[in-house]
Every structure is written in C-alpha cells, then in structure tokens.
Design a protein around this ligand. Structure first.
Ligand code: 2RA
Length: 329
C-alpha cells in the first residue's frame, strides 16, 4: 500500500506519522509531500529516512491513499489531481466538507457510507469530531433538538506560529504574532476569521458539520469558539436539549459503552476531563454530566479531546484503515 502524506512537515503531519507508527498501519511505500521549500528535507519514519518530495512527483507515483493536512487552497487545487490518477484523498481542511457530493466522516458514526467511488473524503473539523462523538449515541436514543456549545480551544489548533507566540509570551520574549492580541493569560473569542453574520468560521463549522455527519437537519447548533493558552487539546461546554427526556444513569451508561468515549465524571473525587491529561490520547473524554434544571429534557456536559489526534490525524488514519479493511481501495 502506497501512502502519501501531503503537508508532512506541519503539526498534524508530524502527529499523523506518530499515529501511523503506533497503529502499525500497513505501508509498503511512504511518500512525504510538502511545498517546494521543504523538498529534499529528510524525515525519519520507523527508523528510515524519507526525503520530502513535491506534489507533482507524488501524483506521478500514484499513491493508493493521500492524506492531506496542507490547508484548503492546496487541497482545492491538488486533491482532484490525485483523484484523477486513482488516489483516494482524505482531506483535513474545510475545503470539501460541505460539498454535497463529498462525504464528511467520523468512522465510529458514518464510515458505512463510504464506497469505492469516494475519491475525496473530508475529515471534519477537530472541534466538530469530539462534539459529535459524544452527541451521536445520545441523539440516536433521545433525538437532539438544540445544542449550545462553547469551546476552549488549544493554540495547537492554529499551528506552530501560535504555539510559538504563547511560549514567547510566557517567557517574556517578543516574537511573531499569530493572533491580533496576546494569548498568554488571555482568552480570544476569535477562532479562524469572522463571517458576515458575526460568527467565526470555526463557530459556523460547529453549526453546520454535525447535521451532515449525523444526516439529520432536525436539530440546530449554536457556538462560541474561544482560543485559550493551552497546548493539550480542545475543551467544550455543551448544553443539549432533546425531544425526549432521559435518565442520567442511562446517559452515563450509553456514553460509557460508546467506542472512543471515556467517561470521567465524579465531583466527589474532583474527576473530570482536562486537556492536559487528554494530550496525546485518541479518546474523547466526557464529564460534568448533569441535568439542566432550567428547562426540560436538557443536559449539560464537558467534552475534551486532543485536537491533533482524534480531532485530525487519528480520525484520518481510521478512515484509511476502514477503506483498507473493507476493500474500498
Ligand atoms: C482550530 N479547529 O482549532 C481549528 C483548526 N484546526 O483552529
């Protein structure tokens, strides 16, 4: 199996290689692909040095699967070119997510939709993935009506420049700014760019992607996405109103029994999810599970996950594993 990683030199690309190694993904030939300025760089994988190649050379090699973590513009231009030579593309950018003929996949929820004909598959936004992982089993049981989510997102979601800004500010060092304001000892209600409606693109991803993944437009999501100076993962405070009432014990059992979900929830022992402890893990951690007494059929919970793993790299590798395991590539 010939696998290409497009954007191999970025933060997600680095985590992708770690996940591929951990999961012993079956690779006969690995192509590490990046922009011209990185061509020739050497990256080690499983003790072997791989030279970074350019996009044209990667297409010429006709990889079986190409996992893209290279931004929307690169994906819009190059994913179709890989697809034309028979490569199946799994893309981490937002470029294809809401296209009617492209599938938006969280394997535990809707991998069954995939077919051999899907040559460009979209990986959902990181904050969407952890949200729907927890909501999907509850939606199936109680049917969601409305979700209000506030996110507390790690600087790692913005990229290396943002992590560097936070570290510089912590050290009292002046440096390049990834954000319009300091992030150390601060919180920015501003993830990605603002749209005409006053919401940010990140908030609109949370408002739009869950309905496509759950294939149900009967519920709505409203979001406030906030950047905070953490490095380990994204956290979300979620208030969800259902059509039907629920039993808290049953909610906990449903979440506990859901693959990929870990319930950490015991106020008596100060047990709840935190990004520092979710870092470098693939699970979605759920806690602070409690009824919203202010309105019927409504639940509050706290959801934490490593945005670079299940929020990006691991979800993409799981899609690739599904394609391989089901003879779709
Ligand atoms: C962020 N979810 O956290 C976006 C993109 N990774 O900035």
């Amino acid at each position: 199996m010939k696998l290409a990683l497009v954007g191999a030199t970025g933060m997600v690309g680095e985590v992708m290689l770690k996940v591929l190694k951990e999961r012993n993904f079956p690779i006969d030939e690995l192509l590490l692909v990046a922009s011209e300025k990185s061509v020739g760089k050497e990256i080690s994988f499983k003790g072997k040095n791989h030279k970074v190649i350019g996009l044209n050379d990667a297409i010429a090699a006709k990889p079986t699967i190409a996992i893209f973590s290279a931004g929307g513009n690169t994906s819009l231009e190059w994913a179709p070119k890989f697809a034309e030579v028979g490569t199946t593309v799994i893309d981490n950018s937002s470029a294809w997510r809401m296209e009617a003929d492209k599938k938006l996949i969280v394997p535990e929820i809707n991998a069954h939709l995939l077919t051999k004909e899907d040559k460009i598959i979209a990986n959902p936004n990181c904050s969407t993935i952890q949200l729907v992982m927890a909501l999907a089993p509850l939606h199936r049981k109680y049917k969601m009506k409305r979700v209000v989510v506030s996110t507390y997102q790690s600087v790692s979601g913005t990229g290396l420049k943002a992590v560097q800004q936070m570290e510089n500010e912590m050290a009292g060092v002046k440096g390049e700014m990834a954000y319009p304001y300091p992030i150390h000892k601060n919180a920015l209600p501003h993830c990605d760019v603002f749209e005409e409606n006053g919401y940010t693109k990140e908030e609109m991803k949370l408002a739009r992607e869950p309905q496509k993944i759950l294939d149900d437009k009967s519920f709505s999501v409203t979001a406030t996405a906030v950047r905070i100076p953490t490095a380990g993962g994204h956290s979300e405070a979620v208030n969800v109103q259902f059509e039907n009432d629920f039993d808290l014990g049953e909610v906990r059992r449903i979440l506990h029994d859901t693959p990929g979900i870990v319930v950490q929830d015991n106020p008596q022992t100060n047990t709840y999810p935190m990004p520092m402890y979710a870092h470098d893990k693939d699970d979605v951690f759920v806690g602070r599970i409690r009824r919203d007494e202010t309105q019927p059929n409504t639940l509050n919970m706290w959801i934490v996950s490593d945005n670079l793993r299940k929020g990006a790299a691991t979800n993409a590798v799981q899609i690739a594993e599904y394609l391989m395991d089901n003879g779709l590539v």
